[in-house]
Design a binder for this molecule. Structure first.
Ligand SMILES: NC(=O)c1ccc[n+]([C@@H]2O[C@H](COP(=O)([O-])OP(=O)(O)OC[C@H]3O[C@@H](n4cnc5c(N)ncnc54)[C@H](O)[C@@H]3O)[C@@H](O)[C@H]2O)c1
Length: 400
């Protein structure tokens, strides 16, 4: 079965999804950008058969089996609801929605529908993060004591830098943490098996004013849509907008299994392009990973420290390792491996439907899918909510 996909949104990540869909054996049937004209240009650019008038039209189209939601964040919830109601499987970009409560509602809707639901928390699809998980789960590092690290970028480091993510009406109340801190938390929880149970956070908006004119898309592939522009962003070149979303966050946390941790998240760290780094310290060994150097994992020890490369992988990591060591693994490879797992589930869903064995909602006895789902994204949304509440109240907060 060729899975027929529609992509809502046509910026940086939409192009990555289009590539991953094809690599997973799917077809990019339709695209919708912010205006019909932009949809046409995007369809040509992404090689889609059809340009849709709007994302809401695409979400319910009979031409597609699965909707990929790659729009600015505020549109995620409405598009997910429309697609699920129309019987479409959904791959929704993170954040799934703007709050933990709304994310929980989307989790419930998806569960009732029995449809495949997934969120590209794609750092779970780097062979060496899988390797870290396999080794931690096999007990190689011993009881976990500390979990720490950072996720740093620099693309919003200057006052002239701006983006729809800066505007809370479009990006949500949290910017840096929801955008990238969520990836870090998902990844370390997935690897360690620990859950962040309480935290205290400080958040800073280091640039309280930004140029109104710098409202570019991440990739600069498409000027921002009128649908998502705020009046302030229509201002002249010299005009500035007031910023309320955070540029940087520091978090101290405790986990449900007795470990402690610390995380720094920033989008204003010069020279750091996309530095997701973590270390998990166990009683016997530590494991650390740098997303900007994804070809190796450091396995630390008092007597011996090893560098693990992609040529010595456990079966779980080997499963997704599509190219031999020495042939660099990249961000797009993570997306392709993720999409392969999701599309296998979609094919499985359709095969059981064709044999009239309706799948219905997943039962508690069934194993969790291999890929990250709405429930995983809702978890990160609750951590984000706790970070904002803690930063506002200057106190420790339990993560719900
Ligand atoms: N999983 C990841 O690693 C990852 C990486 C980057 C972005 N993302 C997420 O993907 C989403 C998009 O991010 P991006 O970096 O591609 O942003 P972008 O600014 O490059 O692209 C956003 C696109 O959405 C389009 N758009 C705006 N309003 C629209 C509307 N009403 N209908 C249809 N399209 C509309 C814009 O025109 C643009 O093409 C965000 O939610 C972001 O958090 C996830």
């Amino acid at each position: 079965m060729t899975v027929r996909a529609g992509i809502a949104g046509a910026g940086m990540v939409a192009a990555v999804h289009a590539d991953a869909i094809r690599r997973a054996g799917g077809a990019v049937i339709g695209v919708a950008a912010s205006t019909p004209e932009r949809s046409k240009a995007a369809a040509a650019r992404l090689g889609a058969d059809l340009a849709f008038h709007s994302a809401s039209e695409l979400a319910v189209s009979g031409e597609i089996d699965v909707l990929h939601v790659c729009t600015p964040n505020a549109l995620h919830g409405p598009l997910v609801r429309a697609a699920l109601a129309a019987g479409k499987h959904v791959v929704c970009e993170k954040p799934l929605s703007l709050t933990g409560t709304d994310s929980d509602e989307l989790v419930a809707l998806a569960a009732e529908s029995g449809l495949v639901n997934a969120v590209p928390l794609v750092y779970r699809y780097a062979p060496l993060t899988v390797e870290a998980r396999e080794r931690v789960r096999a007990g190689q590092i011993g009881a976990i004591r500390l979990i720490h690290g950072h996720y740093l970028q620099d693309w919003l480091a200057r006052p002239e830098d701006n983006n729809w993510r800066v505007d809370p009406a479009v990006g949500g109340a949290s910017r840096a943490f929801a955008d990238i801190g969520s990836h870090w938390c998902d990844l370390v929880e997935w690897i360690s098996g620990h859950r962040i149970s309480e935290l205290t956070a400080a958040a800073q908006t280091v640039l309280p004013r930004r140029s109104a004119a710098g409202h570019e898309t991440f990739a600069g592939t498409e000027a921002e849509s009128p649908a998502t522009r705020s009046p302030a962003q229509d201002a002249t070149e010299s005009a500035q907008i007031a910023v309320t979303t955070e540029d940087a966050v520091q978090v101290l946390f405790r986990t449900d299994r007795g470990a402690t941790g610390a995380l720094v998240v920033s989008q204003v760290s010069p020279g750091r392009k996309n530095r997701l780094w973590f270390e998990i310290d166990g009683a016997e060994r530590s494991v650390s990973y740098d997303g900007e150097d994804p070809e190796s994992l450091l396995l630390g020890g008092r007597d011996r420290t090893e560098i693990v490369r992609r040529d010595a992988l456990s079966p779980g990591a080997g499963r997704i390792n599509a190219v031999p060591a020495g042939h660099p693994w990249g961000y797009r490879d993570c997306f392709a491996a993720f999409t392969e797992d999701v599309y296998a589930a979609i094919r499985d869903h359709s095969a059981s439907r064709d044999h009239s064995t309706s799948r219905g909602p997943r039962t508690a006895a069934e194993p969790a899918p291999a890929y990250p789902t709405f429930a995983d994204a809702a978890r990160t949304a609750h951590i984000t909510d706790a970070v904002l509440t803690s930063a506002a109240h200057r106190s420790w907060i339990e993560v719900s």
